[in-house]
Design a protein around this ligand. Structure first.
Ligand code: KG4
Ligand code: ZN
Length: 337
């Protein structure tokens, strides 16, 4: 029998549980929270309540799908941060209690590292895995980082956003256009039939490998305000072109810095991770590079892009190998460390 890990993710608005045996996923169950849709963003108080309601059924279902006995589980891995404190506390408390009840080790996992380590999940038919060192563009709703990944345990941030994250840029642009939260996937959907060159938005001038997205939000806001004065139906009439142009701008900003990072480090193995790695524009831009034989690219399957517990379980697996266990005193943290 291999090593069996139960992974728990509750850092934002998805309650997720996964069972992994060695590097293979047996179950990955996620309860999305619909309550935030009407508020234009995640409401922390509602998120933690929903986690509290969802966590037991989600874990129960994962264990049933995986067809394992609780006593066969070797360790429990959970997200300890970064994220929303109330949300993290639910997963943390559950995991501590579960570990204590079964007398098994507890593994606290950094959510951003887990997004990257999802690349090492052994799915059927998957042939290639990144080799160290590689670069990973980690793009989510809360973070945008270029990470130099030196081992399963050694992550160096060589570039990051100085304000908004890429996912936030998508979501805020969508909100300005009157689209519901989270707007990223909707922009992606409408962009497919739009003209990406129709509305050129300015690129920020930020030194080194850092990013900035707050200026883009402001330029979209002012552009639409001016257009709506002349034509109140401007957004409705240009929805697809607007989405394609916004997406194109964000993808270009990300790709330019990624190219620079590859150039500076000489590394040509490039991975993407995090919710925004589900974006078809970004995925296609990377595939284009691969076709030119410049890079070997690693793009996660959709189920491991947005928040999920499978990535927590695989990160837990590597910590378990090192016997890097947490104590019952471990507490969650909100900011990346
Ligand atoms: O990693 P994630 O699920 O949660 C965080 O850790 O933040 O990322 C969520 C973010 C949201 O901003 C969402 O709009 C964005 O990922 N996202 C997308 C797409 N799917 C999710 N953005 C653009 N295109 C998509 N297809
Ligand atoms: Zn995430």
């Amino acid at each position: 029998m291999g090593i069996i890990i139960l992974g728990i993710e509750s850092s934002c608005d998805d309650t997720s549980a996964s069972i992994l045996i060695d590097r293979k996923i047996l179950a990955n169950v996620t309860a999305n929270q619909e309550v935030h849709k009407n508020f234009g963003g995640v409401v922390p108080e509602l998120a933690s309540r929903a986690h509290q309601q969802n966590i037991i059924p989600v874990v129960d279902q994962a264990i049933r799908i995986a067809k394992v006995q609780k006593k066969e589980i070797n360790a429990i891995a959970f997200t300890s941060g970064p994220g929303l404190l109330g949300s993290l506390l639910v997963g943390t408390s559950f995991s501590k209690a579960f570990a204590m009840a079964l007398d098994i080790p507890l593994l606290d996992i950094n959510h951003m590292h887990a997004h990257i380590l999802a690349h090492f999940i052994e799915d059927e038919g998957k042939e290639s895995f990144p080799e160290f060192p590689f670069l990973c563009l980690t793009v989510s709703g809360g973070h945008t980082q270029i990470v130099l990944v030196k081992s399963y345990y050694d992550f160096e941030i060589i570039g990051q956003t100085i304000d908004d994250a890429a996912g936030e840029a998508f979501d805020k642009a969508a909100k300005i256009m009157g689209l519901p939260y989270p707007g990223g996937p909707l922009i992606d959907k409408y962009a497919r039939t739009g003209n990406p060159e129709k509305f050129p938005f300015p690129h920020p001038k930020i030194p080194d490998l850092d990013f900035s997205f707050s200026g883009l939000k402001t330029s979209i806001l002012y552009f639409l305000r001016d257009q709506l004065k002349n034509n109140p139906d401007f957004i409705k009439n240009n929805k697809n072109d607007l989405c394609a142009s916004i997406q194109h701008t964000i993808v270009e900003i990300l790709m330019n810095k990624l190219k620079e990072a590859s150039h500076k480090t000489g590394i040509k193995q490039i991975a993407i991770a995090g919710g925004v790695s589900a974006n078809s524009g970004l995925r296609n831009a990377l595939y284009d590079r691969q076709k030119k034989h410049e890079w070997q690219v690693f793009i996660p399957p959709f189920e491991y892009c947005t928040d999920n517990a499978a990535m927590i379980a695989i990160a837990g697996y590597y910590k378990y190998l090192k016997k890097d266990f947490s104590s019952q005193e471990v507490t969650p943290y909100t900011r990346y460390k």
